[in-house]
Design a protein around this ligand. Structure first.
Ligand SMILES: Nc1ncnc2c1ncn2[C@@H]1O[C@H](COP(=O)(O)OP(=O)(O)OP(=O)(O)O)[C@@H](O)[C@H]1O
Length: 299
């Protein structure tokens, strides 16, 4: 469980996080989204005790990071994939972390296997690709088997296989009942990975919602194709829908859900070739939500 309450972080005169409040629940993947400079990394750094808040609180399992008795058992994080010393092997890097946190070395082998690095465990980290470094960073986060996990931009620079692997790993960690927070500035990625979304801009909360609620909020109607489109259109309008006919004969229907459209067409014996809810505009929703919050914008 993560709880952020009225969190503000100033660096000199600039405000990185500005009165931010939200919670992240166990058993879900929560996407932490916002344009560059929105304050995502700062929030995570404060949660991990790497930065002190100017005011407000950032709690893990009800405590500030420094009050956690065995921090690596409670929260694991990937902030910077290049944190490991290049001259050490993956195994030695993790063994050093395990020893200094009184974690049995057997966990090192387990997490290296979990992230698919068992075969290169004795190789120097300096020779690792970005994807392998990300995996090693995730292995380090998992070392203490914590219930809360935070990943800052974990898919940055990964190839499609790596992206899919991370997505599945995040989902399986949440399915085990863990609290998973992933920061990203890619809505398209979060739409596939996250259950919930916390969107911030200029350090402030813009939206705290489920992916489904956001999709519904910005739904663009249902696309319907039928060989008897004009007839179907009349039926749908009579049932209270608003219908726009496209140039190709397709109908854009607002005010009726997919099931209702199917039932009405069936009742009239009108064939349907396609009924597609057009809710895939999450990227647009995100752009609209964060318009005005971006630090740098091409004009
Ligand atoms: N140590 C620091 N000193 C001064 N300003 C900082 C510091 N760390 C962050 N900031 C500023 O705080 C703001 C928020 O930065 P932060 O890195 O938290 O954003 P972010 O949402 O993680 O962005 P990105 O997606 O680019 O990583 C930015 O304007 C940044 O320049």
């Amino acid at each position: 469980m993560i709880e952020i309450h009225e969190l503000t972080k100033r660096y000199g005169r600039s405000v990185a996080v500005d009165g931010l409040s939200f919670g992240v629940r166990p058993g879900t993947v929560t996407g932490f989204l916002g344009p560059n400079g929105a304050g995502k990394s700062t929030t995570m750094r404060v949660l991990l005790g790497l930065d002190a808040p100017t005011s407000g609180t950032a709690l893990v399992n009800g405590r500030r990071y420094r009050e956690l008795r065995r921090p690596m058992h409670e929260v694991g994080a990937l902030l910077d994939a290049n944190a490991a010393h290049g001259g050490r092997s993956a195994f030695d890097h993790l063994r050093w972390m395990a020893r200094s946190n009184r974690i049995p070395v057997s966990r090192v082998t387990a997490v290296l296997e979990h992230v698919g690095l068992a075969g290169v465990a004795r190789k120097r980290v300096g020779g690792f690709s970005l994807g392998m470094r990300q995996r090693l960073g995730i292995a380090a986060a998992l070392l203490g088997d914590p219930g809360v996990l935070m990943f800052d931009e974990p898919v940055n620079g990964l190839d499609p296989d790596g992206v899919r692997w991370i997505r599945e790993l995040m989902r399986s960690l949440a399915a085990e009942g863990r609290t998973v927070l992933i920061s990203s500035h890619l809505m398209s990625e979060m739409a596939l990975t996250a259950d919930r979304l916390v969107v911030i801009g200029r350090g402030r909360l813009i939206a705290d919602t489920s992916v489904r609620e956001l999709a519904d909020r910005f739904r663009q109607g249902v696309l319907v194709r039928s060989p008897r489109a004009p007839e179907l259109s009349a039926v749908l309008v009579a049932a209270g829908a608003t219908v726009d006919a496209g140039a190709g004969g397709e109908l854009s229907v607002h005010g009726l859900e997919v099931d209702a459209i199917g039932d009405l067409a069936a009742a009239e014996g009108i064939p349907l070739y396609e009924v597609t809810p057009r809710s895939a505009s999450l990227e647009d929703a995100y752009m609209e939500l964060t318009a005005g919050s971006t630090e740098y914008r091409a004009s």
